[in-house]
Design a protein around this ligand. Structure first.
Ligand code: CAA
Length: 257
């Protein structure tokens, strides 16, 4: 498969997707999102892939929706191509995902990073929802996911001023796993994804599902959901292998079932 706006490679059990539209700071045009969705689907189907890293360039993860492409859209056209339908390919992905973010992650750029399961930041990352500065409102989940991630006051301030948050502040606010030198970002993200992919895939899928359900369920239902997942693992070959290997004092060999 050849892509025009992204680069796709595998590193062991890790799928790596690099947004690659440098002339527009990786602005998220419809063609780029379609390619991203295709590449993700291919990694989802590939049993050899256990985790996925999404990254951009050192200058920009992505500077948002493509303003030149969307600026003349009518409400009906905007409705027809709702960001939630097309961009949510990332949040629908059933394998663990890491956004490795260096440089600008603005508007839709930050929104797709927050659709991933976690963010790893380069030390030059600049994150923001500047839609208000161009007469718009975040449309890809920004007001919802940022508020859940960093709390109402800070999210409100960022959305109402369009201010960019530097990497260190974003980490302190709980938006990211950690900050690493921008030059090491992809290697660090692939190493983290590789660690995740070294475990049983159905188990990591369940962990991801259990953490994400926090956003959808009240605590009591979430606790029940988690407990039932735990019970289900007791019927899995990888549970028998993992606990057996612990008792035998040997490394486990996962069968991913
Ligand atoms: N859409 C389309 N093109 C963009 C773009 C975007 N979001 N961001 C940057 N570009 C283009 C610029 O137009 C420019 O192209 P030309 O050379 O052809 O003029 C090129 O990328 C380089 O950009 P700059 O010259 O502006 O680079 P800079 O270093 O001076 O500034 C920046 C960088 C601060 C990120 C600035 O480009 C900027 O503010 N970009 C827009 C950010 C923004 O408003 N994002 C929100 C978009 S709306 C959205 O995302 C809605 C949603 O929630 C779904």
């Amino acid at each position: 498969m050849t892509y025009k706006n992204i680069l796709v490679e595998t590193r062991g059990r890790v799928g790596l997707i690099t947004l690659n539209r440098p002339e527009a700071l990786n602005a998220l045009c419809a063609a780029l999102i379609a390619e991203l969705s295709q590449a993700l689907d291919a990694f989802i189907e590939d049993d050899g892939i256990g985790a996925i890293v999404l990254t951009g360039s050192e200058k920009a993860f992505a500077a948002g929706a493509d303003i030149k492409e969307i600026r003349l859209m009518t409400p009906a056209e905007a409705h027809a191509r709702t960001f939630t339908n097309t961009w949510e390919c990332i949040s629908r992905c059933n394998k663990p995902t890491i956004a490795a973010v260096a440089g600008y992650a603005l508007g839709g750029g930050l929104e797709i990073a927050m659709m991933c399961d976690m963010l790893l930041l380069g030390d030059n990352a600049k994150l923001g929802l500047p839609e208000i500065t161009i007469g718009a409102v975040p449309g890809g989940g920004g007001t919802q996911r940022l508020t859940r991630a960093i709390g109402k006051s800070k999210a409100m301030e960022m959305c109402l001023t369009g201010r960019m948050m530097a990497a260190e502040e974003a980490e302190r606010a709980g938006l990211a796993v950690r900050v690493v030198p921008a030059a090491d970002l992809v290697a660090e993200a692939v190493a983290l994804a590789g660690k995740i992919a070294s475990f049983s895939l159905p188990i990591s899928r369940m962990v991801k599902e259990a953490v994400n359900i926090t956003y959808e369920m009240p605590l009591k239902a979430g606790l029940q959901f988690e407990h039932r997942l735990f019970n289900l693992t007791m019927a899995m070959e990888d549970q028998a292998e993992g606990m057996g290997a612990f008792v035998d004092k040997r490394p486990p060999t996962w069968k991913h079932r």
